[in-house]
Write a protein that binds this ligand. Structure first.
Ligand SMILES: NC(=O)c1ccc[n+]([C@@H]2O[C@H](COP(=O)([O-])OP(=O)(O)OC[C@H]3O[C@@H](n4cnc5c(N)ncnc54)[C@H](O)[C@@H]3O)[C@@H](O)[C@H]2O)c1
Length: 344
C-alpha cells in the first residue's frame, strides 16, 4: 500500500485553509497537525477567505488533527513527514530552517523568503539536507499557465514575440498585508507570481525597468515592469503589471496576452476562466483547460515526488530564489528611475 504521508500545516490563513482543502482530496497524504497563533482559527470559530472562487472553502471543523498555537511546537511532532508553511513571508525562513533541522520535507508558500539573502540561505540548507523542499509557485502548475509555458518552449505557434501579464485586485487587508515589512508590498507578494513566471519561461532577464507607487501596505503596491533581455538570445518583449490598489469591490483578476508569429493567446481569470487562441484567417478557438487550480496540481506534484523518492528540484528552487533578486532589482529601478542590471 502507498505510504500515507503525515502533514503538519503552519498558518491557517487563506493559504493554509486552501492547502487543507487540497490534502483532503489526496489519498496519499493526511493532515495530522495544524498550528495557528490565533485560537479562533485553530478551533474553527473563525475562518480566513481566499481571493479566488473555489479557494479556501473548507475549514478545520471535523478534522482530527493535533493543534498548536505555535508552529515551532508542531515541527517537534515526530509523527510528521511534511511541514507545510503558510505563515506570512517574513516568517518563512525561520520555519523552513527549523523544519529542515528536524528532518522534515518542506512545502513553503510563495515567495520563498522575504528577501534574496534569506532565499539563498534556504537553498544552502536544502542542499545540505535529505529533505524534499518545494517553493509553492502555484502558477507553474496552473493549467492555463502550463499551456503558455509549453507553447513558448515548443514554438507551436512560432516564436513568441511578446508577453504581457496583469494581476490586479482590491487590497486584501489584514495585519500581514498592511505591513510591507512583513509582506513586501504587492511588489513582492502579488507581482512575484508574474516575475517568477517570466523567469521560469525565459530565464533571468539581464535588466529591468520598473515604475510604481506606494499604497496601503506602506510599500510599493502598484508596479509596471519591462523585463529586458539585452544580452541573451531572447528578443521577446516582456512586461507585467501588478497591483492591489484597486478600489473596494473590484475583486481579483489575472491575465496574460502572448503574441506569437502564428497565433495570439489571450487568458483571463476573474469570475470565470478563459483561454482563447486567435489565428489570422481562422475562427477564434476557446482552449479547453484541465479542471482545477494550480494549488492542487502543485501539492499533488509535491506529494508524488516525495513518494517516488525524487530529490528536491533544485533548478525550480533556485529559480524561486532568483526571482526575489529580480523583484529587488525592480524595487531599485522604481527608487532610482533607472534601468537596473540583475545580479545573482
Ligand atoms: N500561492 C498563492 O497564490 C498565495 C496567495 C495568498 C497568499 N500566499 C502566501 O501565503 C502566505 C500566507 O498568506 P495568507 O494570506 O494565508 O496570510 P494570513 O495572514 O491570512 O495567514 C497567516 C496565518 O499564520 C498565522 N501565524 C502567524 N505566526 C504564526 C506562528 N508563529 N505559528 C503559527 N501560526 C502563525 C497567523 O495567525 C495567520 O492565521 C504568505 O507568504 C503569502 O504571500 C500565497
Amino acid at each position: 500500500m502507498t505510504k500515507r504521508l503525515k502533514v503538519g500545516i503552519i498558518g491557517l490563513g487563506s493559504m493554509g485553509s486552501t492547502h487543507l482543502d487540497i490534502y483532503s482530496k489526496i489519498n496519499e497524504a493526511e493532515v495530522v497537525a495544524v498550528a495557528d497563533s490565533i485560537q479562533s482559527r485553530l478551533d474553527g470559530s473563525s475562518r480566513a477567505e481566499g481571493n479566488i472562487s473555489g479557494q479556501a472553502e473548507g475549514g478545520i471543523n471535523g478534522l482530527s488533527a493535533k493543534k498548536y498555537l505555535n508552529g515551532m511546537d508542531l515541527i517537534k511532532n515526530s509523527e510528521i513527514d511534511i511541514v507545510d508553511i503558510c505563515v506570512g513571508t517574513d516568517l518563512h525562513f525561520m520555519f523552513v530552517e527549523a523544519a529542515l533541522a528536524s528532518g522534515k520535507h518542506v512545502l513553503v508558500e510563495k515567495p520563498l523568503a522575504r528577501n534574496y539573502s534569506e532565499a539563498k540561505k534556504i537553498i544552502q540548507l536544502a542542499e545540505n539536507s535529505h529533505s524534499y523542499v518545494m517553493s509553492a509557485m502555484c502558477l507553474r502548475y496552473w493549467p492555463a499557465w502550463v499551456y503558455l509555458k509549453e507553447a513558448i518552449a515548443s514554438n507551436k505557434y512560432g516564436k513568441c514575440l511578446s508577453l504581457n501579464f496583469k494581476r490586479q485586485t482590491s487590497f486584501p487587508g489584514g495585519a500581514f498585508y498592511s505591513d510591507h515589512h512583513q509582506c513586501g508590498g504587492a511588489l513582492l507578494d502579488l507581482h512575484v507570481h508574474d516575475t517568477d513566471f517570466v523567469n521560469y519561461c525565459l530565464g533571468m532577464p539581464d535588466e529591468v525597468f520598473s515604475q510604481g507607487y506606494k499604497g496601503p501596505s506602506g510599500g510599493i503596491d502598484h508596479i509596471v515592469t519591462n523585463y529586458i533581455y539585452s544580452k541573451s538570445d531572447s528578443s521577446t518583449l516582456v512586461s507585467s503589471e501588478g497591483s492591489w490598489t484597486m478600489q473596494e469591490g473590484y475583486g481579483f483578476n489575472m491575465s496574460y496576452t502572448a503574441n506569437f508569429e502564428n497565433g495570439t493567446l489571450s487568458y483571463l481569470l476573474d469570475e470565470d476562466e478563459t483561454l482563447n487562441l486567435f489565428r489570422s484567417g481562422k475562427d477564434s478557438e476557446s482552449i479547453k483547460l484541465k479542471d482545477g487550480m494550480g494549488y492542487e496540481f502543485e501539492i499533488r506534484t509535491f506529494v508524488d515526488e516525495i513518494l517516488t523518492g525524487k530529490n528536491t528540484n533544485f533548478e525550480l528552487l533556485r529559480q524561486a530564489a532568483d526571482t526575489i533578486a529580480i523583484i529587488e532589482a525592480e524595487k531599485t529601478s522604481i527608487e532610482t528611475s533607472s534601468v537596473v542590471s540583475i545580479k545573482v
